[in-house]
Design a protein around this ligand. Structure first.
Ligand SMILES: *[C@@H]1O[C@H](CO)[C@@H](O)[C@H](O)[C@H]1NC(C)=O
Ligand SMILES: *[C@@H]1O[C@H](CO)[C@@H](O)[C@H](O)[C@H]1NC(C)=O
Length: 416
């Protein structure tokens, strides 16, 4: 039996404004080709403007609340407060050496560095891993000492709930104590007169002033000036992908430029993951050669003496293969577990050219489909002369001249 529509029903339907709007919106209409072209054009222009502006221009309102002042967010004024280091001008830093952190050293006597109790460790790291961490630090120091164009970066954040300090800081302090040569700026090497300040205060070290008489205060100029040491920390990374990405960003923050060459010191079993996945995720071509003819990406792997990590290798590799940026599922959970201090890395500002990459997170399981698609400072077209293939073609067609200067999305300029 079919029910006739009641009068009340009919009234309701005609009075309902939403149904009216819906009907209008879903009605067919014609748009000319010109109309579509204009719409697409404005969409493209607005997208382009937004991409170019993201992270670069900040609009400020003055006290009257009216005038807008534009300023770049490239923190160049804050950078002016960086001290000029002796020797800095003579050595252009182009080589990033990363030592990836794995735990936090509590500090204290160097003699106790091989004891688990002096570290904040995961359970699986007990019983020998700390020896490997020390080897990683020594190897990083050796590479950095050998190459005066390198900056050694210890990388790792506040990853342990039990310690309010970073992995990187603890590695740095450990490096200062090791009886190993430190990387310094070329000219300043003569100024670092002693490592005594960092030597352990043990009775069998009579050469240090502190141990001969604790009341004698070291004259300031015999202490190594940390600003003269080509070594720094990256204090935010929560996993190996971030060790690499954030160290590049920290290099930018420290030197003002991006590296041409990268060496990573870490676990041997992670080498494939770094080369196949982490470098690829930031479109850092690991097989390309740097200007000096050496590979742009170099990995020095040192594993624990005991083979405990075989299982971890496969897990993380396959997880990162599906989730290149480590921002979903198990990889995200791991980061959350290591991020009790709730830090947001400063690189969005201090390495603003790669702000988009630092915060990039494509869909889960996207794999290579989710590769970061926007311009990066190390893309081939802005290497060297900063003139890429397309730009060179335009240059030739124009008889060697650009019609006007072109500013690339990452802020680099091509000037005639
Ligand atoms: C550093 O240089 C020394 C001496 O030239 C060399 O024996 C050593 O293998 C180099 N180390 C690294 C890690 O390149
Ligand atoms: C750490 O947590 C904060 C907030 O809880 C988040 O905004 C930040 O991105 C996290 N840091 C990293 C490096 O993932």
């Amino acid at each position: 039996m079919s029910l006739p529509t009641t009068y009340a029903d009919m009234r309701g339907r005609y009075r309902d404004p939403w149904k009216n709007i819906h009907a209008r919106l879903s009605a067919r209409s014609r748009v000319t080709n010109l109309g579509v072209t204009i719409l697409v054009f404005f969409l493209a222009v607005s997208l382009l403007m937004n991409i170019r502006r993201s992270g670069r221009i900040v609009q400020l309102v003055d006290s009257a609340g009216s005038d807008m002042i534009k300023c770049t967010s490239s923190v160049e004024n804050l950078r002016k407060s960086f001290p000029i280091v002796y020797g800095e001008k003579d050595a252009l830093l182009t080589h990033l050496v990363v030592v990836a952190g794995h735990a936090i050293w509590k500090g204290g006597d160097l003699d106790g560095v091989h004891n688990d109790e002096n570290w904040f460790l995961e359970r699986y790291q007990r019983g020998g891993s700390v020896n490997t961490f020390v080897e990683h630090i020594k190897k990083g120091l050796e590479v950095a000492v050998n190459d005066t164009t390198s900056l050694l970066v210890f990388s790792g954040g506040q990853t342990r709930n039990q310690a309010w300090t970073t992995e990187a800081e603890s590695y740095y302090r450990l490096a200062l104590q090791l009886p190993t040569t430190l990387p310094t700026w070329p000219i300043s090497s003569g100024r670092i007169t002693s490592k005594a300040a960092f030597a352990p205060l043990s009775a069998d070290a009579p050469s240090t002033m502190a141990s001969t008489s604790p009341s004698v205060i070291q004259p300031v100029d015999t202490l190594p000036d940390l600003a003269n040491i080509r070594m720094t920390t990256e204090d935010f990374a929560l996993d190996s992908f971030q060790n690499l990405l954030f160290s590049i960003a920290r290099f930018r923050e420290y030197t003002g430029t991006y590296p041409e060459k990268i060496t990573v010191v870490g676990y041997k079993f992670k080498e494939q993951r770094f080369k196949d996945l982490h470098a690829k995720a930031m479109r850092w071509d690991a097989n390309k050669l740097a200007k000096d003819g050496e590979k742009r990406f170099h990995y020095i792997g040192i594993d624990d003496e005991r083979q405990l990590h075989a299982q971890e290798k496969d897990n993380a590799y396959s997880l990162f293969a599906k989730d290149l940026y480590g921002c979903h599922g198990k990889l995200l959970d791991k980061r959350r577990k290591r991020n009790t201090s709730r830090r947001i890395p400063p690189y969005i500002n201090s390495a603003y050219e790669i702000a988009g990459l630092v915060d990039w997170c494509p869909a889960d399981n996207a794999g290579l489909q989710g590769l970061y698609p926007y311009s990066l400072p190390w893309d081939p077209r802005v290497q060297g002369s900063a003139i890429g293939r397309g730009a060179r073609l335009a240059l030739e067609q124009n008889g060697g001249k650009f019609a006007q200067e072109e500013i690339l999305a990452d802020g680099k300029k091509i000037v005639t």
